[in-house]
Design a binder for this molecule. Structure first.
Ligand SMILES: *Cc1c(COP(=O)(O)O)cnc(C)c1O
Length: 402
């Protein structure tokens, strides 16, 4: 059997323009977000302005990480210690972690077979009197019906915070992901859609939310220097009431990101070519299920998910191990012991009593996840799916428990 030998964790280099600008920042010695020559905007200020423009939102704050953006997003909308915050049960550790960091308590919502938040369960849980917030993770880039989700949340006066770590560049019915909720958070961590190692954004149209986010990020009363921020009146009261949780992005990382934001739509288009090639190959394997993706969803296929709904844990474990031997590392969210970037709700034990989430458990038990870095070409995706097909036949074929 052929073996695939490219790395699933190899990203593209930083654009030359970004490298040169980063070197210029280092040569200047002015790395801190407010350290500039008089009257000259910093790289961080320009990046915020450019990302706000890209998204079509009024305001943007560049942050030290996506997790930091999530944490302060929660505080800016008024989450208090002990408050309940709804969130997807299928997400990654930084999401419940950010809720915990705000002193709040995650209330997990079930998952559908298409890997989105279960709107029936959301509706049930949003109706509770003591629930006022939803931290919605567009996990692995799957967008739920955003019109229905917003109407449920509006009806129950639940404030929506969007976690767009996997949907930077995506949209629902032509409206960009990150423009539905009161506030949205993005990540610029190496495996997301733009890469500064660590980094993130918080975006909003709300004056009060952005004013607080800026003070939380450590403004040293220099908030008037921000280019993608509300007028100074918005800061009048809150600047004395809001603590400094230092966490804005520095000029070096902003310099690396600026050309990547310019190039983002083209990169998304390339990701989708890879996704389509992989999906085409996987769709031919009888026994593998691909999620249904609605026409209203413009997603960014930087990773692909599929499930083996007819097979038990032992068979799937064998399938994963054999794919790995052939150079195709899949992530399995159903593994009893979460490894390598997977995480399952029952590993967040700090949450206290664990809810019973039979649907999420069932969906994750057979779900596989694979990255599609832009260092791959379409033929790589075809080769990968041929390997998966062969392994599937070998492990699940005649000896399967279908
Ligand atoms: C990566 C990620 C985040 C935040 O990431 P940082 O690494 O803190 O930038 C949040 N949510 C999801 C679903 C993620 O994958």
């Amino acid at each position: 059997m052929i073996k695939f030998n490219k790395s699933f964790t190899q990203q593209e280099p930083i654009p030359e323009e970004g490298i040169e600008q980063a070197i210029a920042v280092m040569r200047s010695g002015r790395l801190h977000r407010y350290n500039s020559l008089a009257g000259e905007p910093t790289e961080t200020e320009l990046l915020e302005q450019e990302f706000a423009e890209y998204l079509g939102s009024r305001y943007c704050l560049a942050c030290a990480s996506g997790g930091y953006a999530l944490h302060i997003a929660m505080r800016t909308v008024g989450v208090q210690p002990g408050d309940k915050v709804l969130c997807n049960a299928f997400t990654l550790a930084p999401v419940p972690g950010a809720i915990n960091n705000a002193g709040a308590v995650p209330v997990l919502v079930e998952t559908t077979d298409d890997f989105t938040i279960d709107l029936a369960d959301l509706e049930l849980k949003a109706a509770a009197d003591d629930v006022h917030y939803l931290l919605l993770s567009h996990m692995r880039g799957h967008l739920v019906d955003m019109d229905r989700l917003m109407s449920i949340c509006d009806q129950h006066q639940v404030i929506v915070i969007e976690d767009c770590a996997h949907t930077m560049g995506a949209s629902w019915n032509g409206r960009k992901s990150g423009t539905f909720g009161r506030v949205a958070c993005f990540s610029a961590q190496t495996y997301k859609h733009i890469n500064s190692g660590e980094g993130g954004f918080l975006t909003t149209d709300d004056d009060d939310v952005m004013a607080k986010a800026i003070i939380y990020s450590g403004s040293y009363m220099l908030f008037e220097r921000h280019l993608a921020a509300p007028p100074k009146e918005a800061f009048a009261r809150i600047r004395f009431e809001t603590p400094n949780y230092s966490g804005r992005m520095d000029n070096l990382r902003a310099a690396i990101l600026r050309p990547q934001v310019k190039n983002l739509d083209e990169q998304c288009r390339r990701w989708n070519q890879l996704y389509n090639a992989a999906a085409e190959g996987l769709s031919q394997i009888k026994g593998i299920r691909l999620p249904v993706r609605p026409a209203a969803e413009y997603f960014v296929g930087s990773s692909i998910q599929f499930s083996l709904p007819d097979y038990d844990a032992a068979t799937i474990a064998r399938f994963i191990a054999r794919c790995e031997e052939q150079g195709v590392p899949l992530k399995w969210f159903g593994d009893a012991d979460p490894k390598g970037y997977t995480s399952r709700f029952d590993s967040w034990q700090y949450m206290g009593q664990m809810p019973d989430l039979p649907e999420t458990r069932r969906v994750l038990a057979t779900m596989c996840d694979m990255r599609l870095p832009l260092t791959f070409v379409e033929e790589d995706c075809r080769q990968i799916t041929r390997i998966i097909a062969q392994v599937f036949e070998e492990v699940c074929g005649s000896s399967g428990n279908e």
